[in-house]
Design a protein around this ligand. Structure first.
Ligand code: COA
Ligand code: AMP
Length: 631
């Protein structure tokens, strides 16, 4: 069937469509019904029971594929490559799950994971799934305070962490960060399991911390425990408009059905293929397409501990693809921009035999046509932009390679996937004509695999996503659809920015800046950056009578953001200004300041209080290296 037929097939009878897709999963009790009109936005396969670890691991062993490689750990930062077969993965996960169970971790308990890109991170996720525990992975680039907030929200019974992570030229000391986070949090986990890496052995706190290997000694391996289809598989926190992150909930059955469908139909990956998502287990891409997706279909997944450039050079991606026979490769446009900056002529590309590669998939931020063209030319394969969010867990719009490759339109992530009725709406909630910019919304219900609610925050879920346009899920993205039904994602409608494919809240950064004793008022905006897409920039108004030098305040707030949010915020620049531009009702004109910093055209906001402030802002920005601001 072609894309259009599949999409129409779904639209005609969604129930049948998803029950058929559900046949890709092994059920303890098969679903008789797909959609359930319950919970704030509906739920999927609530009558069924299954286990995600069984589907991702054990069933492949049971089918005689135990010797197939499940996970390849390729770590240019440690200079090692390690492979785990499905049988080895099964034994390791069953043992870890058994040890967690022996310590009292049971179905529904939360377990926070704070791990770098090592196979043990996947093992910990799968061990939780095996016994029905709910994992919540926290990205290693977040600081102790962010981890503490997640501990207080998820209230985990246990934390599983590695002793350290390895960034180029720097060891990330996970254990001291974890200790600080637990000190700060009101909730205390019963115990922590520490995976000691040879690069740094952490000091364990007696009575609380257990060694990864030691605590598994002599335990009975755990079997897979089937859970209800709407049992939470995991909670993954993502940035919203405030400093309090949103805990996106993923239900077990819909997650598996959607991911299995997407592996085959979008990425064209099946059993025995090698799939590589160069992201991190701390992000949704890591959950869906480093861990669960490829394993659910019996493929080989790559856990890559390195960077696109500098580990050791801009040829790393191509070396990994050639060495392991990667068929579909997925990364963020920022990574390709970084590679291109170091190797514009693609000399590294030509040093490797990339004949195994079928396609490059890009997501996480808009794939700019220039980057897509460069990659296409270098690799000679389709470069496929696709659009999704932590909330949806899989692509809302894509070019479904496994169905048919539709004509690629650069700048567009192509067309909606089955399950997604995407509409572009005006402020009043009415669909707009093709070519007209508007808020992008998805008619409810959302498909399987998407978020049913926020962890412990149903009201926030309704308010953030469902209330603005009744009957729709509000994506927070703005854009348009063209005459052929291709989507174009142009901007966020909220204060979320996208830095190197990472989603960050400017509101969270403003909360940190406001806490500086010299700061009276502040704004954080996302300004254009050639490699990272956007980077945050702070504007600070100091309190009257402050004697600290502006440069000192700037250096201090930069340090505060790094300490409290983490290095991933990439907050390196701020400037002191006398006043911030506002509307007459007092709203700070952040979008206008972004345009000034980027040197883009803008219309003077009709409601601006004092237009002269915009000139002052332009002068201040020009002084700190945004010369275009003056133009
Ligand atoms: N643990 C600890 N620190 C981390 C980290 C982790 N897992 N990941 C990143 N950081 C740190 C980096 O070391 C850097 O710190 P620094 O300020 O001391 O240099 C900071 O966080 C910013 O990281 P990042 O924005 O990722 O930039 P980078 O300098 O590490 O390089 C590029 C990033 C430019 C190479 C970028 O192209 C890239 O690959 N980004 C990741 C894309 C991605 O995976 N997106 C996920 C969606 S698919
Ligand atoms: P995250 O939840 O971190 O995956 O970030 C999701 C957000 O990233 C989306 O709401 C978009 O703003 C942006 N995004 C992700 N993929 C794309 C894409 N292909 N094109 C444009 N924006 C994207």
């Amino acid at each position: 069937m072609a894309y259009r037929e599949i999409y129409n097939d779904w639209k005609t009878d969604p129930e049948r469509f998803w029950l058929e897709a559900a046949r890709a999963i092994d059920w303890a009790k098969a679903p008789e019904q797909a959609y359930f009109d319950q919970g704030p936005a509906g739920e999927w396969f609530a009558d069924a029971t299954a286990n995600a670890c069984w589907n991702a691991v054990d069933r492949h062993v049971a089918a005689g594929h135990g010797n197939r490689v499940a996970v390849i750990h390729d770590s240019p930062v440690t200079g090692t490559i390690r492979k785990l077969t499905y049988a080895e993965l099964q034994a390791r996960v069953a043992s870890l799950a058994g040890a967690l169970k022996a310590r009292g971790v049971a179905k529904g308990d939360r377990v926070i994971l704070y791990m770098p890109m090592i196979p043990e991170a996947l093992e910990a996720m799968l061990a939780c799934a095996r016994i029905g525990a709910v994992h919540s992975v926290v990205f290693g680039g977040f600081a102790a305070h962010e981890l503490a907030m997640r501990i207080d929200d998820a209230k985990p019974r246990a934390v599983i962490a590695a002793s350290c992570g390895l960034e180029p030229g720097r060891v990330v000391h996970y254990k001291p960060l974890l200790d600080r986070a637990i000190d700060e949090a009101a909730h205390k986990p019963d115990f922590c399991v520490i995976f000691q890496r040879e690069q740094e052995v952490a000091a364990l706190i007696p009575g609380r911390d257990l060694d990864w290997h030691g605590f598994q000694a002599g335990v009975t391996p755990a079997d897979c425990e089937p859970v209800e289809g709407n049992h939470p598989a995991y909670v993954l926190y993502t940035s919203g408009t405030t400093g309090q992150p949103k805990g996106v909930v993923r239900h077990t059955a819909g997650h598996m059905v959607a991911l299995a469908w997407s592996m085959r139909h979008i990425y064209d990956i099946g059993a025995g293929d090698v799939f590589w998502a160069a992201s991190d287990v701390g992000w949704v891409v890591g959950h869906s397409y480093i861990c669960y997706g490829p394993l659910l279909v019996g493929a080989t997944t790559i856990v890559f501990e390195g960077k696109p450039v500098g580990t050791p050079d801009a040829g790393t991606f191509w070396r990994v693809i050639a060495e392991h026979g990667v068929k579909s490769f997925f990364t963020a446009p920022t990574a390709i921009r970084a590679v291109r900056r170091d190797d514009p002529q693609g000399e590294h590309v030509r040093r490797h035999d990339l004949s195994c590669l079928r396609a490059l998939f890009l997501a996480g931020e808009r794939a700019d046509p220039d980057t897509v063209t460069w990659a296409e030319r270098q690799l000679g394969v389709p470069v496929i932009d696709h659009w999704w969010q932590t909330e949806t867990g899989w692509a809302i719009a894509a070019n479904p390679l496994g169905v048919e490759l539709l004509p690629v339109k650069k700048g567009s992530p192509s067309v909606p996937m089955p399950g997604y009725d995407v509409q572009v709406l005006d402020e009043a909630g009415h669909p707009v004509a093709p070519g007209t910019l508007g808020a992008i919304a998805i008619r409810l219900p959302l498909p399987p695999g998407t978020l049913p609610t926020l962890w412990n925050a149903e009201d926030r879920f309704r308010k953030a996503y469902l209330s603005h346009f009744p009957g729709y899920y509000e994506t927070g993205d703005a854009g348009y659809v063209d005459e052929d039904g291709y989507l174009y994602i142009m901007a966020r409608t909220d204060d979320v920015i996208n830095v190197a494919g990472h989603r960050l809240s400017t509101g969270a950064m403003e909360e940190v800046l406001s806490a500086h004793p010299a700061v009276a008022e502040c704004a954080v905006i996302g300004v254009a950056d050639a490699v990272k897409g956007q980077v945050p920039l702070g504007l600070l108004c100091l309190k009257k009578g402050v004697e600290t030098a502006p440069e000192t305040v700037v250096a201090e707030v930069v340090r505060m953001v790094r300490d409290q949010i983490g290095p991933v915020a990439a907050f390196k620049t701020a400037c002191v200004v006398d006043r911030l531009p506002k509307t007459r009702s007092g709203k700070i004109l952040r979008a206008t300041m972004c345009k000034i910093a980027d040197g883009a055209d803008f219309r003077m906001p009709a409601t601006i209080d004092d237009p002269a402030i915009l000139d002052e802002i332009a002068v201040a920005l020009a002084r700190i290296g945004y010369p275009q601001a003056r133009g």
